[in-house]
Design a protein around this ligand. Structure first.
Ligand SMILES: C[S@@+](CC[C@H](N)C(=O)[O-])C[C@H]1O[C@@H](n2cnc3c(N)ncnc32)[C@H](O)[C@@H]1O
Length: 400
């Protein structure tokens, strides 16, 4: 299906396919789940809307048969009069597809990694597996890929390929994980930081202000610290710091004071009700997302994990190995930029006798790589992505 659509569009780029219609006659247990998911994800990638038909009000949510882990939510159900006459309750369902994630800067990241076909690579933010799938496609039979994610939901997207290993864990402990999996050194590390679409789309996880849900925001659901604990236990000063540093919110103290006054909070809806009156109506959505972003960064210790990943990268990369990192906000980007330019996250530059900066890294792209207008139009959530790539020139001397 995907190939036919792509082919059709390639043969005739001016051809405007906007809708795809698919009729499925199946029972609840039918593997047609896989077919529908496959078609739906192809349509999603191609920017096409899918209209599908189903018998007996059967609609599709999580695919249990294919690895795509695509979720489709029901939008509009229109019973078909003619089918009732035949004794079947056939419904036409206009569906909105939710994919687990659409990878940002995919071709740029692949180019940055300069993949060796027999190399070993680690994707420390596996998510929906978009970057991993593309890396695996470039590896030969001797290549190896480890996909890591701290969210066990990502496991459903694991790749069915003997060269691939899924590791559930935090990349802050990358070195130990690699040792556990018997990997001595890797030729490339890719990190696509932050949360996936899935985290926002699964509203029960509390990452979005657009729905009322428990104040959770943990990427790793076996961790004990969640957003409710943060909001109900941090003192005013500490809470204001989180909002100011990670959300860049100028009115952080006022917001923190309102939260402290309204305690205890247990749902995202309550949090929104408390902070909304303090936000400028014209900036409301932007600032609410900054509040949620700040809390999420703190709940998941995101900057600390990134610093640990960067500091271990030199120890796990082989000479000439590449480090490719995609960031989504300025604090992350600053850490990565400092690290790649100077070899430390503070950006402390140590110079040699000739005034050259002493660093084990060669920066591959001096200018940060951002998505093209075309990519942003196709995938608006990629708009703040920034890619930086560095090559390890002076490897870490391992103690014997
Ligand atoms: C932006 S998504 C990556 C999407 C992926 N590149 C793709 O193509 O589908 C980030 C993923 O990294 C995971 N993640 C974030 N921080 C992590 C950490 N410290 N350790 C392990 N996984 C992490 C999240 O759970 C999420 O699934």
């Amino acid at each position: 299906m995907k190939f036919r659509l792509v082919l059709l569009k390639r043969l005739n780029p001016s051809l405007e396919i906007k809708w795809v219609f698919l009729m499925v006659f199946s029972s609840r247990k039918s593997p047609h789940f896989a077919l529908v998911n496959f078609v739906a994800s192809s349509c999603y990638r191609e920017g096409l809307k899918l209209l599908t038909g189903a018998v007996n009000n059967f609609y599709f949510q999580n695919c249990k048969f294919c690895g795509l882990s695509l979720q489709i939510s029901q939008k509009k159900v229109v019973p078909l009069e003619s089918s009732k006459k035949r004794g079947n309750e056939t419904h036409l369902i206009a569906m909105e597809q939710q994919v687990y994630h659409i990878p940002a800067l995919l071709s740029e990241t692949l180019a940055g990694l300069a993949i060796k076909s027999d190399g070993t690579y680690v994707d420390v933010t596996f998510g929906g597996g978009g970057h991993s799938r593309a890396i695996l496609a470039e590896l030969g039979p001797k290549g190896r890929l480890i996909g890591m994610d701290q969210d066990m939901d990502a496991w459903a997207n694991r790749l069915d390929d003997e060269r691939f290993t899924f590791a559930h864990g935090n990349f802050a402990y990358l070195k130990n994980f690699l040792r556990y999996y018997g990997v001595d050194g890797v030729d490339g590390i890719v990190a696509d930081l932050g949360v996936s679409f899935h985290h926002f789309d699964d509203v029960e996880r509390g990452f979005t202000f657009r729905a009322d849900a428990p104040l959770d925001m943990r990427m790793n659901r076996s961790a004990s610290f969640h957003a409710a604990e943060l909001l109900n236990t941090y003192d005013l000063e500490r809470l204001a710091n989180v909002l100011y540093l990670y959300g860049e919110l100028r009115q952080s103290r006022r917001l923190a004071a309102a939260i402290v006054k309204a305690r205890p909070l247990s749902t995202t809806g309550q949090l929104v009700d408390v902070v909304k009156p303090l936000l400028k109506p014209s900036q409301e959505k932007k600032e609410l997302s900054m509040v949620f972003q700040a809390l999420r960064i703190e709940v998941n210790g995101e900057l600390d994990a990134l610093a640990k990943l960067l500091n271990q990268s030199r120890e796990v990369l082989n000479p000439g190995g590449r480090l490719a990192i995609i960031t989504y906000h300025s604090l992350e980007d600053r850490l990565v930029k400092n690290f790649m330019r100077s070899g430390n996250i503070e950006g402390r530059q140590e110079k040699d006798f000739y005034g050259r900066v002493n660093t084990p890294w060669r920066v591959v792209n001096n200018k940060v790589i951002a998505p093209s207008d075309d990519e942003v139009a196709r995938n608006p959530r990629s708009r703040s992505a920034k890619l930086r790539v560095a090559e390890l020139v002076t490897p870490f001397e391992k103690s014997k």
